[in-house]
Write a new protein. Structure first.
Length: 313
């Protein structure tokens, strides 16, 4: 018979401090929603996480049709703003709406969302949580899993991968392009940035003058580094995170109050599944040479994840 081990209260408190508050939303919350493909951004000393909303009965991604925003100022207490954008209300946008991103420039927040999987529409707002209004009347380009950054000099770039989109050479790679000052038009062609084939989930961030690119490759999230935003090619560095539990790898990275964070989703919590994920985050640590220590997935000590089935593993 196994012995039960009781930890002192201070050790339980310490374990909570060492582990992130995962998942961010629990299905016991009154405002619970399944949130996938988290795109985290820092605005006005707060963190905003823009997520696709999965339906409670979803068995595929075809039912994703709108977006929610989660907000925090301390990484502990979260506000769920609920559904803030319904692109299907625009006459020109329909179909599946998966991973999106938001960028800020010149007083406007721009919400880049895919419709029909790969066509990229744009909404805009004066506030990071909305309300949002259409910024265009048609797609601005086609790419899978768009992500946008505005560099220190004000130049904006859009990234993604050509999964399900025929751009350039055969294969699926990390792609990048400049955006015009209006944030709704490409300023030039798409450029291939990775020599290695990727699957999906492209994201880009900048730290100490170095640009980091990460995307899912096989079962893992892998990453590259470069000294400019449109390199040929970025230098491959290895695995950033192993396969996230019962979900496709899709992540974003931010710095907030001196700490770096890795946001992702997982389907083994909240009675979820591969198509009903919940947003989580982990602290991220860099080595002296700028490379990243691999992410370790954690759960709040008070949360017990469901066991994975044989088909999930």
């Amino acid at each position: 018979m196994k012995k039960r081990i009781f930890l002192p209260i201070f050790l339980l408190t310490l374990s909570k401090l060492l582990c992130a508050q995962n998942p961010i939303l629990w299905d016991t919350n009154s405002d619970f929603a399944y949130t996938a493909f988290p795109a985290a951004e820092v605005y006005n000393d707060k963190v905003y996480v823009y997520c696709s909303r999965n339906q409670p009965d979803a068995t595929n991604y075809g039912t994703m049709k709108d977006y929610v925003v989660l907000e925090t100022e301390d990484m502990i207490n979260w506000v769920n703003h609920g559904v803030v954008l319904k692109p299907r209300e625009y006459a020109w946008a329909d179909g599946q709406m998966n991973a999106a991103d938001v960028a800020y420039k010149d007083g406007w927040y721009y919400f880049y969302f895919p419709y029909d999987k790969t066509h990229i529409g744009v909404a805009k707002s004066r506030n990071p949580e909305g309300p949002w209004e259409a910024a265009v009347t048609n797609k601005i380009t086609s790419i899978f899993d768009p992500t946008v950054i505005v560099d220190d000099d004000g130049q904006a770039y859009i990234y993604g991968n050509d999964h399900k989109v025929d751009i350039g050479e055969p294969g699926t790679y990390i792609m990048g392009a400049k955006l015009k000052d209006n944030m709704t038009e490409l300023d030039g062609d798409w450029v291939r940035l990775s020599e290695k084939v990727v699957k999906e989930g492209t994201h880009v961030f900048k730290r100490n003058g170095i640009y980091y690119f990460h995307a899912s490759v096989g079962p893992n999230t892998e990453y590259w580094m470069a000294d400019n935003p449109l390199p040929q090619y970025a230098t491959f560095k290895g695995v950033l995170a192993e396969n996230s539990p019962d979900s496709p790898n899709h992540a974003s990275v931010i710095e907030f109050k001196g700490q770096w964070y890795f946001f992702y989703h997982r389907g083994d919590v909240n009675n979820g599944s591969f198509f009903r994920q919940s947003t989580c985050f982990e602290k991220m640590t860099f080595n002296p040479d700028g490379t990243i220590q691999p992410i370790v997935y954690t759960l709040d000590p008070d949360y017990k994840a469901k066991p994975l089935s044989i088909t999930d593993k």
